[in-house]
Each structure stands twice: as C-alpha cells, then as structure tokens.
Design a protein around this ligand. Structure first.
Ligand code: BTN
Length: 260
C-alpha cells in the first residue's frame, strides 16, 4: 500500500472507532484529515449541528489559541478537536466550563496515559514545566440555539516546535490511545455539562494548580503588575495579593510565573 493510502486507511479506522465510542451520545462525530481549525469548522456548521458535535482533525493549518495566538498543530502527533455543546441555561453558567474543561482533560490524561499534568490558571495544562494542552472556548449562535465550542489541543508526541515555542511547549510522550483519550475527556466533562451547579471540579483545579503560592505577573490593561497568587475562589477566579498590598481578583486573562 502506498503511504497516502495507508494514511487514508488509518484515518478511516480512527474515524470508525470514534463514531463507535460516541454512538450512545447525542453528538454528531465529524473526522477530517486536515482543517484550518476545528473551532472554525464548528462555527461554519453551527446551524446544522445544533444537537451537539465532536469535530476532530489530524492536523490544523491555522489552529487558533487564546489572545489571538496560533496553536501549532502538526499532523499525527497531537489531538485537535472541538466539542460543540448546545447551551440550555444561561451563557453565564457556561463560563466556568472553560476551567472545568482543564480539570476534565487533566483527569482524562491521568486515567488514560497515567501522567499527572498541572493546571496553569486559567486553563493551560503543563507537564514537566512545559505546556502540553491549550483550550479555546467560544460561543456561537446557529438558528435558535446558542452553542459553546470547546476547542482542545493536546501535544501527544510532537518533538519539533517552531523556534518561538521551543522553550515553552512540550508533549506528553509515549503511546497514547487517541480515541480513548477523547472519550475519557467527554466522560469527565459530562457531569458538569448536565449540572452546571456541580462544583466538584474545584478541588482538583486548586490541588493541581501550578501557580498558587507563586509570584506571578499579569497585565491589568495599562501596565504589567506583580503579586502572589493566593487563592482560587468558588467561581474559579484567581485572587492575588499585589506587590502594593492590594487584593486583585482576575476572572480570566493570562498570567505568567515570575521567576526572580
Ligand atoms: C491556547 O493554548 O491558547 C488554546 C489552544 C486551543 C487549541 C485547540 S486545537 C482544537 C481547537 N481548534 C483550534 O483552532 N483551536 C483549538
């Protein structure tokens, strides 16, 4: 078999396994070899997929990250997928799903790959000090429904990153069952999607935080500031004691660890 045919055959096997793994759910499963971005595809199809969908790509040519950044998504070595979930309640109750998702992915990675990742507030996952997973959550209205698009990118075995990421990005490493991992993430997320008042994720969100108790930096819109990450409150917000003694509460955004 030619390499191209082998690739197609492998893709078809993965697609079948994913459809089987999700057949008892209400999600439509769409599998692609390459997309610009699975979040973009979810948006393009929002009107047709109002019951919810899982959109997976083997590679992304224009993977998107938070804060307008890109997400490096080479073929075969990572998991790039979006879950499109119709929202029944308030969009407000869906906001914490971004943080919940980091806990769900962390738990699933532990269960399937036996690797313990850490959460860098608000929702990046780190392994051995390098970022291995990013999550981009977006809302989209299609027809009468509003859907939440949760895009998840996990570096499984990527070894060669572009120069600007080389110091920061890493991979989980080892052989990881892709279908099993996507399925496990869905299982870990489900209880929180069905009951947004369930806050049992918070203890893991705090216990596996790699920023609590550390000196951090953040941008308050006008200047870079420094302080100590003190606490994650009941809403998942980060409470900081700033250098000048002021108590600052961050709801979302980005922080960086400040090393003396
Ligand atoms: C970040 O690190 O800032 C978030 C990265 C999110 C990447 C995932 S990969 C699947 C989905 N499609 C995208 O274009 N982005 C998300």
């Amino acid at each position: 078999m030619r390499e191209e045919q082998q690739k197609e055959a492998h893709g078809a096997v993965v697609a079948d396994a994913l459809r089987q793994a999700f057949e008892k759910t209400e999600l439509d499963v769409l599998v692609f070899d390459t997309l610009d971005s699975t979040n973009n595809e979810a948006k393009r199809r929002a009107a047709d997929l109002s019951g919810g969908a899982l959109i997976v790509a083997n590679a992304q040519s224009a993977g998107r990250g938070r804060m307008g950044r890109g997400f490096f998504s080479p073929q075969d070595t990572g998991l790039y997928f979006s879950l499109m979930i119709p929202i029944k309640g308030e969009l407000q109750s869906a906001v914490s799903l971004t943080s919940v998702t980091s806990v769900a992915v962390m738990r699933a990675i532990k269960r399937i790959a036996n690797k313990q990742t850490e959460i860098k507030w608000v929702n990046d996952l780190y392994f051995h000090g390098k970022k291995v997973c990013g999550i981009l959550t977006e809302a989209m209205s299609g027809g009468e429904t509003v859907s939440l698009i949760i895009g998840i990118g996990i570096n499984l075995s990527t070894v060669s990153f572009p120069a600007e990421l080389a110091d920061k990005a890493g991979s989980l490493g080892g052989e990881i069952d892709k279908v099993g991992l996507i399925r496990a993430i869905w299982e870990e997320l489900c209880p929180y999607i069905t009951d947004p008042s369930n806050t049992s994720w918070l203890s893991d969100y705090r216990d596996h935080s790699c920023v609590l108790g550390k000196q951090i930096e953040w941008d308050d819109g006008t200047a870079r500031r420094r302080g100590k990450a003190d606490r994650i409150n009941e809403k998942g917000e980060l409470e900081i004691c700033a250098e000048n003694g002021e108590k600052v509460v961050l709801r979302t955004g980005e922080i960086s660890l400040f090393l003396n």
